[in-house]
Design a protein around this ligand. Structure first.
Ligand SMILES: Nc1ncnc2c1ncn2[C@@H]1O[C@H](COP(=O)(O)OP(=O)(O)OP(=O)(O)O)[C@@H](O)[C@H]1O
Ligand SMILES: [Mg+2]
Length: 231
């Protein structure tokens, strides 16, 4: 089977002193290679929490996550960090680019951190920036780029280590309608070309409807019916 990610009985609570705030209350899901999945649901329901766990940025309170049959949360923090940098790319609502570095340097950075040679890292970064339509913006710093361009740089950065999975948290949340659509087109084009899984938390109806599958969170669980009003 082409099952890539399996999530079993995932729970996540946050704690404030001894007060427990349960957020995820038993999530089970399977994600296959090449899928574009949207995670939808009301604000505060736990979409970012779920993405952070799928991306190994945070550990669950209970439950298991497998990538290609390997259970990831049995790894040490150090191994988990190495796994994350090789297998997962992130795109956030606000691009989180490093302001003092150029577009090219920002995209090359995760490759350099993963100890790819300088030449190879910059070569790959340049090709990816060309792919996302920023050939003429390689030496621009984020302050000299538009919001949509910054998000495209962030997408190129997420792809630089050839991760199997791209996790995107509101990637078009701060963009206007037309720029969002262009970014969505780019996600589909990249998925077509590189076949990575995209898992996208979003309130954007057109993105959610276009995805292969919507995962709708209600009260800490996956709901079968999707309420469009909740997006
Ligand atoms: N680090 C944290 N410590 C304590 N509580 C947290 C933490 N992160 C999130 N929460 C709480 O967990 C709940 C889920 O938050 P989360 O950010 O996952 O929601 P979301 O579905 O992504 O919302 P939005 O659509 O507004 O982005 C919220 O009630 C939030 O206040
Ligand atoms: Mg969120």
């Amino acid at each position: 089977m082409n099952e890539l990610i399996r999530v079993e009985n995932l729970h996540k609570s946050y704690y404030d002193g001894s007060t427990e705030l349960p957020v995820l209350k038993g999530i089970d899901m399977v994600i296959r290679a090449g899928e574009i999945i949207s995670i939808v649901g009301a604000s505060g329901v736990g979409k970012s929490t779920l993405l952070n766990i799928l991306g190994a940025l945070d550990r669950p309170t209970e439950g298991r996550v497998f990538y290609l049959q390997q259970e990831i949360f049995t790894m040490s923090d150090k191994k988990l960090a190495a796994f994350r940098s090789l297998e997962i790319g992130f795109v956030f609502q606000f691009h989180h680019l490093l302001p003092e570095f150029t577009a090219l340097e920002n995209v090359a950075m995760p490759a350099l951190i993963a100890r790819v040679s300088r030449n190879e890292a910059y070569d790959k970064a340049q090709k990816l920036l060309e792919h996302v339509g920023l050939k003429e913006r390689l030496t621009h710093k984020p302050s000299k780029l538009s919001g949509g361009e910054c998000q495209r740089v962030a997408l190129a950065r997420a792809l630089v280590n050839n991760p199997k999975v791209i996790l995107a948290d509101e990637p078009t949340g701060n963009l206007d309608g037309k720029t969002s659509e262009a970014m969505h087109d780019l996600i589909w084009e990249l998925n077509d070309r590189f076949n990575q899984i995209f898992i996208i938390a979003t309130h954007n109806l057109s993105l959610a409807q276009r995805s292969d599958r919507m995962i709708h969170l209600v009260d800490g669980k996956i709901s079968d019916g999707v309420q469009i009003a909740d997006l």
